[in-house]
Ligand binder design. Structure first.
Ligand code: ATP
Ligand code: MG
Length: 394
């Protein structure tokens, strides 16, 4: 039995004149997400993208990957039939039968894309309804509140038959690459991978920046970050991770600045370095996993002081209004949670003041910061940053 995957998308079809640009991006991303030899054709037509699996391809595996491609609202696995009503009525119900085991009512909706086809949509629906009832004796028709809708689509080349019950949802959002690139400040915690996912869902391509302070932070802490980055790559494709050696900077801050300002000055320096790396990598914004009030450095005043250091690079904080349990729910859904909770240290937790300032005034922080040659330390970090290409493991 030949099958095809019908990919439907939501928001991007609203984009009017840009629609075909969005669709082309999506088609490209779909091809990148699937193993090269798994498909024989990926094409778009009438607001649907069709993926034809190659002979013997692992279709379930393909669907799993497509469920991570932003822009896809759902994926329907459909039976492919010749445009011959007798064949459709005979073989269609047979194809549908296993999925229909799980429901008790249905209705049929037919779409006749090819107006030459000798039956109109109401006639196709009526005939197919009868044929399904004859094959699946337990079913009843319910046109107002059916358990599932059986769809018959007569398209330009062939006819497709599937039931809504057998379709799976994609992640929604917009195709990766449709909204520029941003640099994600990626720690090993729960929040920042979720923040990266949320911006990526809006079509943003990523690069990531991680600050490491060996020997205070271990190799395993860094490996954990690489692992999180790889999980994100399953959604956004390959990207660069910059690993910034940050030990000497942190020691310089500790040795020169007032203790209660350590965290904020460190965060400002992280922003300055990340903003430079963002510009270097063609990124238009920074992304962090901060959430209002979560810790001392995430009060409104502290965030304002941190932001100022990013200069003209906007800082996106998609988690700003979320509770921790909401963030955890997403982390579990996207598959980062289990890795995030591995107990390795982060550079932000190495030198923590006992009584951090929670309502800092920028002028005071700038004064404390002036005890350091910020420019020197920022330049040094940018120069010493190493980058590696991150790819999904699947
Ligand atoms: P997370 O769970 O993402 O680590 P958090 O609640 O622990 O966040 P902080 O440690 O204060 O909060 O960090 C706030 C944000 O700063 C993080 O979400 C992340 O974007 C960034 N950040 C923290 N540590 C690092 C690091 N070592 N490298 C890069 N970015 C970092
Ligand atoms: Mg953290």
């Amino acid at each position: 039995m030949k099958e095809i995957l019908l990919i439907k998308y939501g928001e991007i079809i609203l984009k009017g004149l840009n629609r075909s640009h969005f669709e082309d991006l999506l088609v490209g991303n779909i091809k990148k997400a699937l193993p090269k030899d798994s498909w024989s054709c990926v094409r778009k037509s009438q607001a649907i993208t069709y993926v034809e699996p190659a002979e013997g391809a692992d279709v379930d595996g393909m669907i799993k990957r497509l469920q991570k491609v932003f822009g896809i609202v759902f994926i329907a696995r459909a039976g492919v039939f010749p445009k011959d009503m007798d064949v459709i009525l005979k073989e269609g119900p047979e194809y549908l039968a296993p999925a229909m085991e799980t429901v008790s009512t249905f209705k049929v909706e037919a779409k006749r894309g090819d107006k030459q086809f000798p039956f109109n949509s109401p006639a196709i629906s009526r005939e197919m309804g009868g044929a399904v009832l004859r094959r699946c004796r337990h079913l009843k028709v319910n046109v107002t509140q059916p358990d599932t809708v059986v769809r018959v689509e007569i398209r330009d080349r062939e006819a497709y038959v599937y039931a809504d019950i057998a379709r799976v949802s994609g992640p929604g959002g917009m195709p990766t690459g449709s909204n520029g690139r941003a640099a994600l400040l990626l720690s090993g915690g729960i929040d920042s991978p979720v923040a990266g996912y949320m911006m990526a869902k809006r079509g943003v391509e990523l690069c990531a920046v991680h600050f490491a302070s060996p020997p205070y932070t271990s190799d395993r802490a860094k490996e954990k970050v690489v692992e999180l980055a790889r999980i994100l790559a399953g959604y956004v494709g390959r990207y660069n991770l910059y690993v910034v050696p940050f030990t000497q900077q942190q020691l310089a801050i500790r040795d020169n600045c007032p203790e209660e300002h350590l965290t904020l000055i460190m965060r400002r320096m992280m922003m300055m370095i990340a903003a430079r790396l963002a510009k270097k990598s063609g990124s238009l914004a920074l992304v962090t996993g901060e959430s209002l009030g979560q810790v001392a450095s995430q009060t409104i005043q502290a965030l304002a002081v941190t932001d100022e250091a990013a200069g003209d690079v906007p800082v996106f904080r998609p988690l700003i209004g979320m509770d921790k349990d909401e963030i955890v729910t997403i982390a579990r859904k996207i598959g980062t949670y289990e890795t995030s909770i591995l107990p390795y240290e982060d550079c932000c937790t190495v030198f923590v003041p006992k009584h951090p300032t929670t309502k800092p005034a920028l002028a005071k922080i700038l004064e404390s910061q002036s005890r350091l040659d910020m420019e020197y330390w920022v330049n040094k970090a940018v120069e010493e940053a190493q980058w590696e290409v991150i790819e999904s493991e699947e």
